[in-house]
Ligand binder design. Structure first.
Ligand SMILES: NC(=O)c1ccc[n+]([C@@H]2O[C@H](COP(=O)([O-])OP(=O)(O)OC[C@H]3O[C@@H](n4cnc5c(N)ncnc54)[C@H](OP(=O)(O)O)[C@@H]3O)[C@@H](O)[C@H]2O)c1
Length: 334
């Protein structure tokens, strides 16, 4: 399988490097692109030309996909600065809507599967129940709106698409809430956490593992051909909710991270009891966020047999990775 992965150094992109490698040849592009010599499969067209991964230049992404003719494109790149998007809506729309639209149309031309990530922030949070794929999105922010428009473009332009909506991502690589809390726990003896926004922290490694498993089921396994009924033979392209199981608030999440870090010998000045729950109104942000954005992941379970781990089980794994990284960095400095 020839796989093109966009978004090299993001949280999800980073963890995809291990999981996709088992599926075939992978070319990874960041915004700086690469040379044709970096492409791990044979291409007839001009050597010496560059391939591009900058999502602010959708026409170059199209040219790259048409030339590379991949079987699968995994787009882990996105404009993810939720608050900054309120003052940079054009840039957010270019990266989150126009680039995926161009990608989708190019994928369709070369008959490639496009795997694209979206967000729980497409919902307004007014529901009391976890959101299913059939619930009507109604974003409250520019980020959520541009991601929703990106989803819609992918659905329209790429027959073979997977849109994986995820939430509250954390991992050992890149910036995220868990790492911020861990850093602040070393520096401060008190902290405040928003207690009236409910969601599900989801590890980048779980997203990456699930992505590879779903691609394998859709592309490499013959499960559709072997089904007896022709009506069941259409591969399960479409939109899926992909998050860990459980739910929490930012406040409880922060308490859990600090408590677990202490148990693992990574604690600092901050004790979990010193974290104060606050309302969103006490922590104004440029972008409004949904108050309840838990995702119902049963469609993913039923279709691909994938069961989400509880988010609390993923936190210590990432903390241990961070501890190992810190130790390795110290060893290099000594
Ligand atoms: N983070 C979350 O909590 C969260 C929640 C729900 C859904 N999601 C979705 O999950 C997906 C992965 O998110 P993530 O957390 O892994 O994001 P992330 O850590 O913020 O990484 C974003 C990636 O996009 C790249 N990128 C940004 N602008 C680009 C451009 N113009 N051209 C090429 N690359 C560009 C970044 O490259 P540089 O490193 O060069 O900047 C980075 O590699 C995204 O679709 C996001 O919307 C994330």
């Amino acid at each position: 399988m020839k796989i093109l992965r966009l978004g090299k150094n993001g949280q999800v992109g980073w963890d995809l490097q291990c999981t996709l490698a088992s599926l075939g040849s992978v070319l990874v592009l960041d915004r700086h692109g690469a040379t044709m010599a970096d492409v791990p499969w044979g291409i007839k067209s001009a050597a010496g030309k560059r391939v591009h991964g900058d999502l602010t230049k959708p026409e170059q992404i199209v040219d790259t996909i048409l030339r590379l003719q991949p079987d699968v494109v995994v787009n882990a790149a996105a404009y993810t600065a939720v608050d900054r998007a309120e003052s940079e809506p054009e840039l957010a729309r270019l990266v989150n809507t126009q680039a995926p639209a161009a990608m989708a149309s190019a994928c369709d031309q070369v008959d490639a599967l496009l795997v694209h990530y979206s967000t729980d922030y497409v919902f307004d949070g007014a529901s009391a129940n976890p959101y299913s794929e059939d619930d009507k999105p109604s974003p409250k922010s520019v980020y959520g709106q541009t991601k929703l428009e990106g989803e819609e473009a992918v659905r329209v332009f790429a027959k073979k698409h997977l849109i994986l909506r995820t939430a509250w991502v954390f991992g050992s690589h890149g910036g995220n809430f868990l790492k911020t809390v861990l850093r602040l726990s070393q520096e401060r003896s008190s902290l405040r956490g928003v207690d009236d926004q409910i969601g599900t922290p989801t590890s980048a490694s779980y997203i990456a593992e699930t992505t590879a498993s779903v691609i394998a089921q859709l592309v490499t396994e013959n499960r559709y051909e072997s089904l007896a009924s022709p009506s069941l033979r259409d591969p399960d392209y479409g939109t899926y909710h992909l998050s860990c199981a459980g739910r929490t608030s930012w406040f409880n999440y922060a308490c859990y991270v600090v408590q677990t870090a202490r148990l693992l010998g990574m604690g600092g000045k901050l004790r979990p009891e010193a974290i104060e729950p606050i309302a969103s109104t006490a922590y104004p942000t440029a972008a409004a966020r949904p108050t309840m954005s838990v995702l119902d992941t049963s469609k993913l379970q039923k279709t691909f047999g994938i069961w989400s781990p509880m988010w609390e089980l993923e936190v210590p794994k990432v903390l241990l990775q961070l501890r190992a990284q810190q130790k390795a960095e110290k060893a290099v400095l000594q």
